[in-house]
Design a protein around this ligand. Structure first.
Ligand SMILES: O=C(O)CCC(=O)C(=O)O
Ligand SMILES: [Fe+2]
Length: 317
């Protein structure tokens, strides 16, 4: 299937919402839209004016500077967790580079990343990334609150949020040479609970619909893409869809993007609440630990276009 099809993701406005005392009517309508989109497409577009266009501009300006650092410097971003440190110079994915920061709303965490990159310090970078991440985190919690309410799982929300870790991944896709493939990042589904993606205005994200068609996601300026990962698919016992997606670089300028990934804390067992299981929705997954799953994922690898978690803990395997 081609990726030319005109396609527009549903869009949800979070601008005047908060979890404390929302306008109930506006909240409920956003909730319905968000949940429906996550069930149907596994993602939607979010507008959230708390992250102002100026802040977005600063974020991508700072990220441009970061990726312009020498390779040896960027490689100082190491991690004992797979996929959380510097990734790049991969022969089958030559356009792609990424770096990661755990708990990116914590000053010390961002400061220590910043000091690795700029030993002389770079308070502007640190402040900008931390402020931005805090707001993305707020958006993540609003979406999860809506999903838990919508699925009548409110009583599990607090416990769920406390059992979540956050990781910020910053990415760069360079323009492909004439002789190179334009595939920036190959097809995959995220293993996260939720991923919030943001780009510097350069398109490239494609998702595979449930019908199997690849469609380009034309993200509106100043908007975010909120996407369910496989862990949310497990938690909801299959109700939320975790879409396969990829990045194709037809653009003629560098694409920068950011993803805030929420991940189950290692050592907590993830399983759907009993309310998610009934005659019409038989249990689809065995309980799993994210750390053990990641060990398996890294050892065994996952075949293209298959779901890692489904393979690992799907009941029907
Ligand atoms: O760059 C993007 O927009 C997508 C990145 C992505 O899918 C990922 O890091 O898992
Ligand atoms: Fe992804």
């Amino acid at each position: 299937m081609g990726s030319e099809a005109q396609f527009q993701l549903p869009s949800v406005d979070f601008s005047n919402l908060n979890t404390q005392n929302p306008d109930q009517c506006v909240w409920d309508s956003a909730k319905t839209k968000a949940l429906e989109a996550l069930q149907l497409y596994g993602c939607f577009e979010a507008s959230f004016d708390k992250i102002s266009p100026d802040l977005q501009k600063s974020v991508f300006h700072e990220l441009g500077q970061l990726f312009d650092l020498p390779l040896e410097t960027k490689q100082r971003n190491s991690s004992d967790r797979e996929f959380h440190g510097y990734i790049g110079q991969i022969p089958f994915m030559p356009l792609y580079e990424s770096m990661g920061i755990d708990a990116p709303y914590v000053t010390e965490k961002v400061d220590s990343f910043t000091n690795l990159m700029w030993p002389e310090g770079n308070p502007k970078f640190s402040k900008c990334i931390q402020t931005y991440s805090k707001m993305l985190w707020e958006l993540d919690e609003m979406v999860k609150t809506m999903v838990f309410e919508g699925l009548n799982l409110e009583k599990y929300l607090k416990e769920h949020l406390e059992a979540t870790n956050y990781h910020l991944k910053v990415m760069k896709y360079r323009v492909a040479d004439k002789s190179e493939s334009t595939m920036g990042l190959d097809s995959h589904a995220d293993t996260s609970i939720l991923t919030i993606l943001h780009q510097n205005g350069i398109q490239g994200l494609e998702i595979r619909t449930k019908d199997g068609d690849w469609v380009t996601v034309n993200v509106s300026p100043n908007s975010f893409v909120v996407m369910a990962g496989e862990s949310f698919n497990v938690l909801s016992n299959g109700r939320l869809h975790a879409p396969f997606h990829r990045v194709v670089m037809n653009a003629t300028t560098t694409r920068l993007s950011v993803g805030l990934f929420s991940l189950p804390k290692i050592g907590t067992i993830v399983k759907p609440p009993m309310e998610m299981v009934d005659v019409e929705h038989p249990l689809l997954f065995k309980p799993f630990d994210y750390g053990e799953f990641m060990d398996y994922f890294c050892m065994a690898g996952v075949k293209k276009d298959t779901y890692g978690l489904k393979t690992y803990c799907g009941v029907l395997n």
